[in-house]
Design a protein. Structure first.
Length: 297
């Protein structure tokens, strides 16, 4: 209940002074000043403990907002975003829960606001006119090692001037990156050497899916290259994607985008150093990074 429209501070002082005289009960004074008993007792308690200063108006804002993000949690959000610049609010929230042990992490929208407030949010441009259609000629796997997706990420120059061509191999079903190897070129011999090593460790897939670029395809009969012929000789079926339709290998393309942002900028000093960096990134991607398409597993 509000104080009379004169000078609130003066009215409170008169109320407190009269209450100290014991000539009036608190109830009588509250009725005379037009305030509730609860308000009267509140200001008398403040007056006894703080004097005149206790009668001043105070902010009604709660001292601890239940919706405010704790500073330590906010610091973790910013730390993880800077460490993983391509991770969005959903992945960061999962990290807070599973890695940092925060049992009630902020909602994704709150994390998004924190990132935006610190200039760390990224809006991706929508592609106009692109429809997500599952091609009928491509196999949708139902188990691991059924389909491997293979590609060379665009090459880049290292600090020593040498070229690096990251060869990436991913299990289509589990999204597990089997290989992320920095090659010196895209020639047949070096690529074959990598695949022989992979198949000794992981076995042979039933299908390998590739685009129509070198060294996977050629202008020869049937579009087969030396490498794709070697795969067929091992009993592996080769699936070629439709030319100029990278969305047919969407998950692999998204992985390449993250690889470029997190493991190639800036480039390493030489090829051995870049290979170690790519392998560290592969380990983190497989073991630490939550995957939205796999329910954040």
């Amino acid at each position: 209940m509000p104080w009379k429209e004169t000078k609130p501070m003066t009215e409170k002082e008169r109320f407190a002074t009269l209450a100290q005289t014991s000539r009036f009960t608190v109830g009588e004074l509250c009725a005379d000043f037009g305030i509730s008993r609860k308000t009267g007792h509140k200001y008398l308690k403040r007056y006894r403990s703080e004097g005149r200063d206790g009668l001043a108006d105070r902010s009604r804002r709660p001292r601890n907002s239940p919706n405010a993000t704790v500073r330590s949690v906010e610091a973790l959000i910013l730390k993880e975003r800077r460490k993983h610049p391509t991770w969005g609010p959903k992945k960061i929230r999962d990290l807070l829960l599973k890695v940092h042990g925060i049992y009630h992490p902020p909602h994704e929208s709150t994390i998004a606001l924190v990132l935006s407030r610190h200039g760390l949010s990224q809006r991706r441009k929508r592609k106009i006119g692109v429809h997500r259609v599952r091609p009928e000629h491509l196999t949708e796997p139902t188990r691991p090692n059924e389909v491997w997706t293979v590609d060379f990420k665009g090459w880049f120059t290292l600090k020593d001037g040498q070229r690096c061509d990251p060869l990436t191999v991913c299990d289509r079903y589990s999204r597990y990156i089997i290989c992320c190897h920095g090659c010196a070129n895209q020639q047949f011999k070096g690529t074959l050497r990598v695949f022989k090593k992979l198949m000794r460790h992981h076995g042979l897939p039933e299908i390998i899916r590739v685009d129509n670029g070198t060294p996977f395809a050629s202008v020869a009969l049937g579009g087969l290259s030396q490498l794709s012929v070697w795969w067929i000789e091992q009993g592996i079926r080769v699936e070629f994607m439709t030319p100029a339709l990278p969305q047919e290998n969407g998950s692999h393309e998204r992985m390449h985008r993250d690889l470029k942002a997190e493991a190639t900028k800036p480039p390493s000093k030489n090829l051995p150093a870049q290979r170690k960096r790519l392998e560290r990134w592969r380990h983190e991607y497989n073991n630490d990074r939550p995957h939205e398409s796999l329910d954040m597993l």
